[in-house]
Ligand binder design. Structure first.
Ligand code: EPU
Length: 420
């Protein structure tokens, strides 16, 4: 398995361009299954999750082609099931359920099971499609969904931890081709949901209220092909902002939607990070002194769970006590014990991590667990004295386009070590 070898201590300096958003492009790719016509998607990041989703679309009968960052999909005929091997490898693939149901009126998708960041249930996805008239049966680890007719309905999608991003995407996609009007209450407001809604609208869907907790969908008979540019990845942007601040460098991010990063910018400023905003540029530097802050992850527009691990690294460098509370996924603290291997002092109390910051980090071999935790370990490695080896970096390649090349262009000493 490949690893990163990082020699820490270099402040990052220079310019970096942010890629298209992973969590936008995956449901958008699934949405291409809703039409027989050709869809063209641009600013597609080169990620292993995107390649994997392309394989899923191919296995369902679609023609898929990449040219640079442009992806063309034509799903003239669609058949098949979302099998266990697919859904197990990438939980995001559950968002084929809504489009397959709308297109085929019948589908079978494996239940995802748990993962390192928490239980990842799909009860809300199923509640939503059931409200549209689908009959659901669980058989052999698969959810079998059948709906000769999908009919618009009022659906409440709020769960224990708030709305569900991919659940909203699934119900939204199914509702585009349902008869009548669907109202999704407690819909996820994440920019990735809005991006999906914009793509669906350009395919001919009639959607109002995207980005708010109430979305209304007037079903249409069919959708047509469309072109769409994916939004920039706000999580990648946040990761580079934190890396710049943590290393004491100065980095200008290009192609950013700062309006989608308000909670992150606000919290980083509170922590003493200097951020200047000008159009699609964000210039980030450490500022004079870092201050401890308390962070709670929340649904959008709150602080994103996908930036929690990276923020924790910044807090380990900040003298004083910071409390980081995870409210979206119950066990998203796998990075804590790895950061402890580098010398970080962090205690977990229920949903909170109490970070006693200020001790110097010292390089060591560490293990990546999910994409965001891996990014946090890379940031820690960039700061730590000596060499840090981050193992199992396939997790990072799932969510970050060429992170090693981008970091090297900012001066980082990071090498990919390929295992023969
Ligand atoms: N939940 C339920 N029932 C459901 C669905 C979700 O209880 O039917 C709970 C979850 O267990 C969790 C909360 O609701 O506690 C929120 O989960 P959500 O459904 O919103 O997560 P998701 O849609 O499966 C997406 C992103 C995640 C990101 C979360 C939260 C994609 C492909 N994944 O997951 O991204 O953390 O939203 O913002 O869009 C990542 O990029 O590394 C990643 C994990």
């Amino acid at each position: 398995m490949d690893s990163f070898n990082i020699r820490g201590g270099v402040p990052l300096k220079g310019d970096v361009t942010i890629s298209g958003a992973k969590n936008s492009v995956l449901p958008i790719m699934a949405a291409t299954l809703l039409t027989r016509e050709t869809c063209v998607i641009t600013r597609v990041p080169n990620l292993s999750d995107v390649k994997f989703m392309a394989d899923i679309l191919r296995s369902l009968g679609a023609e898929v082609a990449f040219k640079g960052d442009t992806l063309t999909v034509k799903a003239e005929r669609v058949s098949g099931v979302g099998d266990y091997e697919m859904v197990r490898k990438m939980r995001g693939s559950i968002c084929i359920l809504g489009p397959l149901l709308a297109r085929l009126h019948k589908t079978k998708v494996s239940l995802p099971g748990g993962c390192v960041i928490g239980a990842r249930p799909i009860d809300l996805h199923l509640k939503g499609v059931r409200a549209l008239g689908a009959k659901i049966r669980i058989e052999g680890g698969y959810v079998c969904v059948n709906a000769p007719r999908l009919t618009g309905a009022e659906v409440f999608l709020g769960g224990r931890s708030g709305p569900t991003v991919l659940g909203t995407a699934n119900v939204l996609m199914a509702a585009t081709l349902a008869e009548g009007v669907t109202v999704i209450q407690s819909a996820a407001c994440e920019p990735e949901v809005v991006d999906l809604a914009n793509f669906l609208t350009s395919m001919g869907a009639r959607i109002q209220g995207a980005g708010s907790p109430t979305m209304t969908v007037h079903g249409v008979k069919e959708l047509h092909g469309a072109e769409h540019e994916v939004i920039p990845d706000r999580i990648e942007a946040a990761t580079f902002m934190i890396a710049a601040a943590a290393t004491g460098g100065e980095v200008t991010l290009h192609g950013v939607r700062a309006d989608q990063l308000t909670a992150v910018i606000d919290k980083l400023r509170e922590a003493g990070v200097r951020i200047e905003r000008s159009g699609a540029l964000l210039k980030v530097s450490r500022g004079r002194k870092l201050k401890p802050v308390d962070v709670t992850t929340l649904p959008y527009a709150g602080f994103p769970t996908d930036v929690q691990a990276q923020m924790m690294v910044l807090m380990t460098l900040t003298p004083g006590i910071s409390i980081i509370t995870e409210r979206i996924f119950e066990s998203r603290f796998m990075h804590v014990s790895e950061l402890a291997r580098l010398g970080a002092e962090i205690a977990i109390e229920g949903p909170s991590a109490i970070v006693k910051g200020g001790a110097p980090l010292s390089g060591a071999p560490v293990m990546a667990s999910d994409s965001r935790a891996s990014a946090a370990l890379v940031i820690a490695g960039l700061v730590a004295e000596g060499t840090t080896q981050v193992n199992r970096i396939y997790h990072i390649d799932r969510g970050y386009e060429s992170i090693d090349d981008k970091l090297r262009s900012l001066g980082a000493r990071i090498q990919r070590v390929e295992e023969s």
